[in-house]
Write a new protein. Structure first.
Lengths: 466, 228
């Protein structure tokens, strides 16, 4: 995996961390379990050996009490005779004579003379006599008999220890392959489960590199990573649409700015070339002012729309007489309509009060009427209607122009979208209408009237949202 | 007339200072709000024009401080188009008027003159005369060359607006604001239409034309011998 052309350290990848963590966990659990089993086994084996010693000691003692020394000795010798491998070390000390070890040839590995000096016993009463090599030992238990007799019975730990060491060897032998197996398993699992993430990274990198139609492959398993892939793809699609929209809008703005700016420049240049003629210069300057006003008003409208759309538009709301506001706008557009031979009628319910930004709402009505006047042919008519019902105010503008093509219904609200019939304007009016209406918590839609022409219907809630 | 201009953009300031000097104002121009405050303490101004976007202390703060000291100084705020509507804020904080950049100088001049006129307490004239045209506000009557002309309310209001600024240019924006109370650009030629109709009434049948169009700027009503 690489990023910015720099190879990441293996240890910093999630895959490595998951694999390492997984194998460490499995391996540690293995060690813990075998450790517990091992210590349990050693405790059991040791316990068994000691129990045997205790049993032997007890039976020899009983023999001694029942039949005196001869019975005791007979039992020791019989034991050796009848048992195939007599495991027991037996030593007896009689008062006034040297200690006696039975079958000392069995115990040649041990320096038995050490017992004479009296080795200390541990807290359970066991004396530990190490072998000459020190690899194992003799565990001895004492018993005081009558008349100063002292009996010692022991057992060698060699057999037990050899079992232990075999076990240790086996465990060690198993653990190495197990560790490898854990590592491989962990790596495999991590690799497999992180595959969607790697694919997502690849997709992001190719998008970063400019391939905008790259999409993360889906596993279809419906798990979290699949969800992530789906969400990512949706997001990219949405961004794509926005970017394309912005690009189109920018192209349109550039085009719309170019026209007045070219005119502006041509006029200025022509005036400069003329050299004299103050009247010509004056005229050129007038055109320049007009064109720059045009550009400015377009920029202002664009900013208004983007403010309204991003929700940063400041609405200076107060309660106003919406009816007289509508009357005022209608009266103003009546002049423009008459000039074109269009009749603008209004049917306005009086005294409708609303808490709105009066200036912005006037602009909305103005844009709607402007639009209607623009599309209505001479001798047509326009009707502005305002009525209030229980919880809404409806404003409608009907014209008898050419109406709206079915294909254009959604697009007329788009920024800089210009209908096929549009004669002038910059295609921002209706997007501003929509943006301001939505900012007021209202709705607006358009339909074609059955008898021809377009009908814009706007609804504003009576109760202003705070 | 003494005018205080607080504006940090040298280009705009030059343009404004030059314009006001031509119109007979004495202009003190400073770059920052702090300097503006000092000047206002030393000199008695007839009117102040403040930019909102200033380094350190902004125009709104300066406006509030000035209001505290000199409650009757007419103040006009210049604002750029901003995301938050500063214009409303400015009016709430005590500005007498505002103008959004970029603006026509004639409009700034007209607004400043209106502020001065209002502050000096000169009562509104009730009768205007321009050449052979007379308008009587009290009798709501317009006469030209002895003929009475009937005007619709909007046309009458437009004529009053022009006459009140006789010899001075009135921009389309001012007409929209004063006749319809619209402080936005309706992107329409309604002003041209209304002016055209007013002309039909008061100029068409007379050899001497009083209303003149200045393309790209606005309209002016003046006597034939009068300069703009």
């Amino acid at each position: 995996m690489s990023s910015n052309g720099q190879t990441k350290r293996l240890s910093s990848t999630i895959g490595f961390r998951i694999a390492a963590g997984y194998s460490l966990l499995v391996f540690l659990s293995f060690l813990l379990l075998t450790g517990i089993a091992y210590s349990f086994l050693t405790a059991t084996l040791t316990g068994n050996d000691r129990k045997q010693v205790e049993v032997e000691l007890r039976s020899l003692r009983v023999k001694y009490f029942e039949g005196g020394f001869p019975a005791f000795e007979k039992a020791v010798i019989d034991n050796d005779r009848y048992r195939k491998n007599n495991p027991f070390f037996t030593r007896i000390q009689r008062p006034g004579s040297a200690a006696e070890v039975y079958f000392p040839h069995y115990w040649e590995e041990f320096n038995l003379s050490l017992l004479e000096s009296g080795l200390p016993a541990d807290k359970d009463g066991w004396i530990h006599l190490p072998s000459g090599t020190g690899r194992f030992e003799l565990e001895i238990l004492n018993a005081e008999l009558l008349d100063g007799f002292r009996l010692q019975v022991g057992i060698g730990t060699e057999d037990r220890l050899s079992v232990f060491s075999r076990l240790q060897e086996t465990l060690l032998f198993v653990s190495l392959p197990l560790l490898l197996l854990c590592l491989c398993g962990g790596a495999f699992l991590a690799h497999r489960s992180l595959r969607p993430v790697r694919q997502l990274i690849q997709t992001v990198e190719s998008i970063h590199g400019g391939t905008w139609d790259a999409r993360a492959p889906r596993t279809g398993r419906g798990d979290e990573l699949d969800d992530l892939g789906r969400l990512f793809n949706d997001l990219i699609e949405k961004i794509n649409v926005l970017v394309r929209g912005m690009k189109n809008a920018l192209d349109n703005v550039a085009h719309d700015l170019r026209t007045p700016m070219t005119h502006f420049r041509n006029q200025a240049e022509a005036a400069l070339r003329q050299n004299a003629a103050p009247d010509g210069c004056r005229q050129a300057l007038q055109v320049c002012v007009e064109e720059s006003d045009h550009v400015l008003s377009m920029l202002n409208t664009l900013m208004d729309i983007s403010e309204a759309e991003t929700g940063t538009l400041y609405l200076n709301r107060r309660v106003v007489d919406f009816s007289s506001l509508a009357d005022n706008v209608a009266e103003m557009y009546r002049y423009v309509a008459e000039e074109k031979g269009v009749v603008l009628e209004s049917d306005i319910q009086p005294a409708v009060s609303l808490c709105i930004d009066a200036e912005r709402m006037s602009q909305v009505l103005a844009n709607l009427l402007d639009n209607a006047v623009k599309y209505t042919p001479p001798s047509g008519n326009i009707l502005l209607r305002l009525e209030q019902n229980s919880n809404e105010v409806h404003i409608s503008v009907a014209d008898n122009g050419p109406g709206i093509d079915a294909a254009e219904f959604d697009r007329i609200w788009d920024r800089l979208y210009r209908g096929r019939h549009e004669a002038r304007g910059i295609g921002l009016g209706l997007s501003l209408v929509k943006a301001i209406t939505l900012a007021h918590g209202g709705e607006i839609r358009v339909e074609n009237r059955p008898d021809g022409g377009a009908l814009f219907i706007m609804s504003l809630p009576l109760m202003a949202e705070s | 007339m003494r005018l205080l201009l607080v504006e940090d953009d040298e280009n705009i300031a030059d343009f404004i200072v030059k314009g006001f000097k031509e119109a007979g104002f004495a202009v003190d121009h400073v770059l920052t709000a702090e300097e503006g405050l000092q000047c206002a303490e030393l000199v008695r101004y007839d009117v102040a024009v403040l930019d909102i976007m200033l380094p350190r202390m902004d125009g709104i703060t300066l406006l509030q401080l000035l209001r505290k000291r000199t409650s009757n100084l007419p103040i006009l705020i210049l604002s750029a188009k901003q995301t938050v509507d500063e214009r409303v804020l400015a009016l709430q904080r005590g500005a007498d008027d505002y103008l959004v950049k970029p603006f026509l100088f004639v409009e700034l001049l007209a607004r400043v003159q209106a502020l001065v006129r209002r502050a000096s307490g000169a009562g509104e004239a009730t009768r205007y005369v321009c050449g052979d045209l007379t308008l009587d506000l009290l009798r709501h009557e317009v006469m030209r060359g002895g003929t009475r002309i009937d005007l619709q309310p909007r046309k009458f209001a437009l004529l009053v607006c022009l006459l009140r600024n006789e010899g001075k240019i009135v921009s389309k924006t001012m007409i929209l604001e004063q006749i319809w109370d619209f402080r936005f650009d309706p992107q329409t030629n309604v002003v041209d239409v209304l002016v055209c109709r007013l002309r039909n009434k008061i100029d068409r049948d007379f050899p001497v034309k009083l209303i003149h169009t200045l393309r790209g700027i606005g309209y002016v009503i003046k006597r034939p011998d009068q300069a703009t």
